[in-house]
Design a protein around this ligand. Structure first.
Ligand SMILES: NC(=O)c1ccc[n+]([C@@H]2O[C@H](COP(=O)([O-])OP(=O)(O)OC[C@H]3O[C@@H](n4cnc5c(N)ncnc54)[C@H](OP(=O)(O)O)[C@@H]3O)[C@@H](O)[C@H]2O)c1
Length: 264
């Protein structure tokens, strides 16, 4: 048989058996309508044996593979009511992944100019909704024998203060600590659930446009963020989604809870 034919058969067989070997996976992604979340949704939709629950305020197109849920995550009562639907029929999956990705930078303003309602809304999206979904994830998944992973999309801003970002920085610091406590509890109970708080780097999304439209008197780093865009230093959502998929597929290589895509 000609070598080119052997190579073609080999490729067809490996694709076929690769598909069979791929774990049946459920991925729940918040903020899947645009930006990084949309990049994650597109990435995992291309993976065989992957099903998705996609959550956002905007309508996301549903399909055989995607269950779409239109929900405002700042409304904790509505989110609580949606929990049974989000976590339905979990026993059929070999792997269940929750990606708390939805986030809001909020109005970029210094302390003294903050509005309590904006602050509360930002914490409801960036912290409380993540906590509610993690809480439900542990409750629904603790007794399952499948592989279970929670990835909270955090930020370098949770480790480093930036003027104008008081609410955002402190919300991501809270998310980092929430994730570390959940990971410690999983160790103690032996549940086997892996928890990560992952900084995605600087990603070319609407959130970055919002940052660039901040006023210079409220944000001393504005020029730096303008130059990230003009000098082409932003990662694309697709590049970051690929890194996150690598983490999900190789959790044994990542013993620490706090991760940064710029480190791998
Ligand atoms: N972009 C960056 O450089 C960067 C850097 C560090 C960390 N991050 C983090 O990465 C994550 C994704 O950010 P991104 O840049 O992709 O932001 P983005 O482009 O602004 O997208 C945010 C996503 O969250 C959803 N969302 C916002 N508020 C919501 C709400 N109340 N209820 C439900 N969904 C809501 C949005 O959907 P709807 O508008 O349809 O609701 C959208 O899908 C965030 O956690 C962010 O903090 C981003």
């Amino acid at each position: 048989m000609a070598w080119s034919k052997i190579k073609t058969y080999h490729s067809i067989f490996s694709k076929f058996f690769g598909r069979l070997a791929m774990k049946k996976t459920l991925i729940i992604i918040t903020g899947a309508s645009k930006g990084l979340g949309k990049g994650l949704l597109s990435h995992f939709c291309a993976e065989p044996n992957h099903e998705l629950v996609a959550i956002a305020r905007s309508q996301i197109k549903a399909s055989e593979q995607v269950r779409s849920l239109q929900l405002d995550l700042s409304d904790s009562e509505k989110l609580e009511q949606a929990i049974p639907e989000i976590f339905a029929d979990l026993a059929q999956y070999d792997r269940i992944v929750l990606i708390n990705n939805a986030g809001w930078i909020g109005p970029v303003k210094k302390v003294g100019k903050l509005s309590v309602s904006d602050w509360q809304k930002l914490f409801a999206i960036n912290v409380t909704a993540c906590m509610q979904l993690m809480n439900a994830f542990v409750e629904y998944c603790e007794a399952l024998s499948s592989e279970r992973i929670v990835i909270n999309i955090s930020s370098g801003a949770g480790k480093k203060p930036l003027d104008g970002w008081a609410a955002y920085c402190s919300s991501k610091a809270a998310l980092d600590m929430l994730t570390q406590v959940a990971a410690q509890e999983a160790e103690l109970t032996g549940s086997g659930i892996r928890f990560f708080a992952l900084a995605p780097g600087i990603v070319d999304t609407d959130m970055q446009s919002d940052i660039r439209s901040a006023s210079a008197d409220q944000f001393s780093s504005l020029d730096r963020f303008l130059s990230y865009k003009s000098e082409g230093k932003l990662s694309s959502p697709a590049e970051v989604a690929e890194k996150i998929a690598y983490l999900i597929n190789h959790t044994h290589q990542f013993p620490s809870v706090l991760q940064d895509v710029r480190q791998f």
